[in-house]
Design a protein around this ligand. Structure first.
Ligand code: 3PG
Ligand code: MG
Length: 400
């Protein structure tokens, strides 16, 4: 590999971004607020047999409250817009904003909520006429949708060209915290990546290797690394077409820390979780997993190895569970790595829906320095040092 990664400059993504205080007097003005209310929904069956969708986790809704309250206190009329799920440009009753409107109305009455932006194909296409429709009748634009700022979609990048614009409080807090990791982080800086796929994280891994002192890999994507180093991985998830790239990464950098043991499920065993009962016996294997067995969590020795890195860390970023934590038999790795992050006396940042969900499940959230409301957005911010939604706000400041 000649050039393992683009040169990573010390960047401050917060530079040049207007805040609420930079807006023209909001009293009596109509404000379009882009929030990220893409929240998990749960289905409940009513007595009459009807299925109703309700908000399962209101973290992202509550996270937008300081901005909404600030605007209301300033005398503005607030219209909020967001996407929900991936309806692909067509109305879909299962993805209406109605369940969110109900929660919002309880938390902060007196604001309007538009229907799901992605019911219109113009949102994802960043169509100029859809942008015009969004800003029509509005006086100001506020972006508080950190979790969506990596999407160059109409509601994220369009309005700043037409309206005086600013970042909301949540976006401000997110960027300030990530700046601490991007801009001269305190060292050692340790990142932990988990989750299923390595293929969509190759660029991120290269970029992180330039910034961190140790990069810990867990979760299903660890098996592609184990396979690349010639270990037996049984029937574990693997991306065979990525073995060469992963070998190159391992040759290029000695900063990658891999698991040294795994918890696996016997051939024919079933995974549990989400109300399903699992079956089959479970065993621990050091480095090599026998044929037919599926690795579904990291083992105790791996937890100890990872904890050693985390105990001495001055900055930590964690995204992605270490195993299939929904099934209790494979939850120990994620729980114990979470505990090690919580114990760490350095500055700790955790992002991503699954990982934040795990923190909640193991009651660790309050012991984390900063819990991000963004998943993909936080990963892209760390990879590139900037996001399309931030660049759009900066242009608005330059224009005014
Ligand atoms: C998220 O939840 O990651 C954001 O809301 C973005 O959603 P998307 O991945 O469907 O664009
Ligand atoms: Mg996403």
């Amino acid at each position: 590999m000649n050039s393992p990664s683009p040169t990573v400059l010390a960047t401050d993504p917060w530079r040049g971004i207007p805040t609420l205080e930079d807006l023209p007097e909001p009293k009596g003005k109509r404000v379009l607020l882009r929030a990220d209310f893409n929240v998990p929904l749960a289905e409940v069956r009513l007595e009459n047999g009807e299925v109703k969708r309700v908000v399962e986790d209101d973290f992202r809704i509550r996270a937008a409250l300081p901005t909404i309250q600030w605007l209301l206190d300033a005398g503005a009329m607030v219209t909020i817009c967001s996407h929900l799920g991936r309806p692909k440009g067509k109305p879909n009753p299962a993805l209406t904003m109605e369940p969110i409107a109900q929660v919002l109305d309880r938390l902060v009455p007196g604001v309007m909520l538009m229907e799901n932006l992605r019911f219109d194909p113009g949102e994802e296409a960043n169509d100029a006429s859809f942008v015009k429709k969004l800003v029509s009748g509005q006086d100001l634009y506020v972006n508080d949708a950190f979790g969506s700022c990596h999407r160059a979609h109409a509601s994220v990048v369009g309005p700043p060209s037409f309206l005086p614009s600013a970042a909301g409080r949540l976006l401000e807090k997110e960027i300030r915290n990530f700046s601490r990791l991007l801009n001269d982080p305190r060292r050692p800086f340790v990142a932990i990546l988990g989750g299923a796929k390595v293929s969509d994280k190759i660029g991120l891994i290269k970029s992180l290797l330039e910034r961190v002192d140790a990069l810990i890999i867990g979760g299903a994507m660890a098996f592609t690394f184990m396979a690349a180093t010639g270990h037996g991985i049984g029937d574990s998830i693997v991306e065979r077409d990525r073995l060469d790239e992963v070998s190159e990464l391992l040759n290029y950098s000695k900063k990658i820390v891999l698991p040294v043991d795994f918890v696996a499920l016997e051939p024919g065993g079933k995974v549990g979780g989400h109300g399903e009962q699992g079956s089959g016996s479970v065993a621990n294997f050091e480095s090599d997993i026998p044929p037919g067995w599926r690795g579904l969590d990291i083992g105790d020795r791996s937890v100890e190895l990872f904890s050693q890195h985390l105990d001495g860390a001055a900055s930590v970023f964690w995204n992605g569970p270490m195993g299939l934590f929904e099934d209790e038999r494979f939850s120990s790795g994620t729980k114990r790595v979470g505990e090690a992050v919580a114990r760490c006396s350095g500055f700790t940042v955790v992002g991503g829906g699954d990982t934040v969900h795990a923190l909640d499940q193991f009651d660790l959230s309050s012991r984390i320095g900063f819990v991000s409301s963004g998943g993909g957005a936080s990963l892209e911010l760390l990879e590139y040092g900037d996001l399309p939604g931030l660049a759009a706000l900066r242009r608005s400041m330059e224009a005014s």
